[in-house]
Ligand binder design. Structure first.
Ligand SMILES: [Zn+2]
Ligand SMILES: [Zn+2]
Length: 431
């Protein structure tokens, strides 16, 4: 009887805690607080992006979204790397299949497209939860344009529903396993739960700022206003100032990067990804707080590249942003890939970037890797970013105007190399 009483009390507490309206994201975010001591000494972290899992898909297709068996192969490789205890896992967005791939592969006469997409992102969240549970590794989610309960590029929360509240298991935070209690690291220091942007103190000397870049982007389907964008950028500035006051280094993560190109730079050259005034606001802050910012990470582009961000005057490169290639091959014909970031534990500076990719035609795996230090012929270690920027300053044509970012691109052994020529040297693809 006593046990039943305890169980009832537990269920009642959970209901009170999460709110009886089960469709609503909980107002208070608090989940298991991970103690970071297990990973504090790790010299690397992992970035994964654009899985676009299609749970209906039966075959692995180089131009299709990720089928379950291909995703299993990736999970097996990830599990091996997770056993080496990365400091954290950063997921830079886009969990479910593209609408077109759902329509092609699923029985949409029986259920609407969103029914299948929901199953896709629920599966991805459950898989990450299972992979990280017991390994004590923090996970940070960055919202992608496909990570909305309905549509694409929509508001993160619509009709009180979002991807964390709208699945069969409730995941109360966008980090899955990090809470808000400030008694130990990492903890969520600031959270806009409705629009899914937040800041995490990973350690006393390191802060991660996660943006919802859908708010900032130029897509016609973006229903956020420009004022919503300025509100987010003002919040980012506040977080950067907090980092300055606390003498913290900063990593910034987002799904869609600033700059141009679309996620198919050949088809959309010169297409701006963000609203111009918001790019300028962002670059103004990254310039002002440049000394703190040790890494900028993004997804959405599906390819392996990095972008150099200029100062306000557009006359010198101040920071580098790194993409994470996609797990899906959809429309880009790329092999599934993800990244390991090596960093210096004392300064949090990125010391090398290693891209893992697998030949999608090899059903058992075929994982390979390359490092940026090798490919671009610059030293790894604490001088890595400076060596990369020096090379860029020397090799790239200067551009004017702070609304521009430059990128160069190295495909992860793509299947359509003629679409994306691999440059010997860094090269301006667009400006
Ligand atoms: Zn994507
Ligand atoms: Zn995307």
């Amino acid at each position: 009887m006593k046990q039943i009483g305890i169980v009832c009390f537990g269920i009642l507490s959970l209901c009170l805690f999460y709110g009886f309206g089960m469709g609503r994201p909980p107002a208070i975010f608090n989940n298991k607080d991970i103690h970071a001591s297990a990973v504090e000494d790790s010299p690397f972290f992992l970035v994964i992006s654009d899985i676009h899992l299609n749970t209906c898909r039966k075959v692995t297709d180089v131009d299709g979204d990720t089928d379950p068996s291909s995703w299993n192969i990736t999970k097996t490789e990830l599990a091996k790397l997770l056993d080496k205890k990365p400091r954290f896992v950063l997921f830079t967005g886009d969990m479910p299949a593209h609408h077109a791939d759902v329509k092609a592969e699923c029985n949409c006469d029986k259920h609407p497209v969103d029914h299948f997409r929901r199953r896709d992102y629920d599966t991805v969240l459950q898989n990450f939860y299972a992979l990280l549970k017991g390994r004590d590794i923090p996970f940070f989610f960055v919202p992608g344009n496909n990570d909305v309960a309905t549509g694409d590029y929509g508001k993160f929360t619509e009709n009180n529903k979002n991807v964390f509240s709208d699945v069969k298991n409730m995941y109360p935070t966008p980090t899955l396993n990090t809470g808000v209690s400030k008694t130990h690291y990492p903890y969520i220091d600031s959270l806009n739960s409705e629009d899914c942007y937040y800041s995490v103190c990973i350690a006393s000397n390191l802060r991660l700022i996660v943006l919802n870049s859908i708010i900032l982007c130029k897509s016609e389907a973006n229903t956020y206003s420009q004022d919503d964008g300025f509100k987010e950028l003002d919040w980012m500035k506040t977080e950067l100032q907090k980092a300055r006051n606390k003498k913290q280094s900063v990593y910034i993560a987002m799904h869609i990067p600033p700059g141009e190109g679309g996620n198919n730079s050949k088809k959309n050259p010169g297409k701006a990804l963000w609203k111009k005034s918001l790019v300028n606001g962002f670059l103004s802050s990254t310039d002002t707080y440049n000394d703190l910012i040790k890494g900028i990470f993004y997804g959405h582009i599906h390819t392996d590249e990095c972008r150099f961000l200029y100062n306000k005057g557009g006359d010198s490169i101040k920071s580098v942003a790194f993409s994470c290639p996609a797990i899906t091959s959809y429309k880009h014909g790329n092999n599934p890939g993800f990244k390991m970031m090596d960093y210096d534990k004392a300064t949090n500076s990125i010391t090398d970037v290693i891209t893992y990719y697998r030949d999608i035609d090899i059903p058992t795996g075929g994982w390979q890797q390359y490092s940026y230090s090798q490919i671009f012929g610059c030293q790894n270690g604490v001088g890595f970013i400076n060596a990369l920027m020096t090379k860029a300053n020397k090799d790239l044509t200067k551009i004017s105007g702070p609304e521009h970012a430059i990128f160069f691109l190295k495909r992860n052994a793509g299947k359509n190399p003629e679409d994306y020529p691999e440059p010997e040297e860094m090269k301006v693809i667009w400006r």
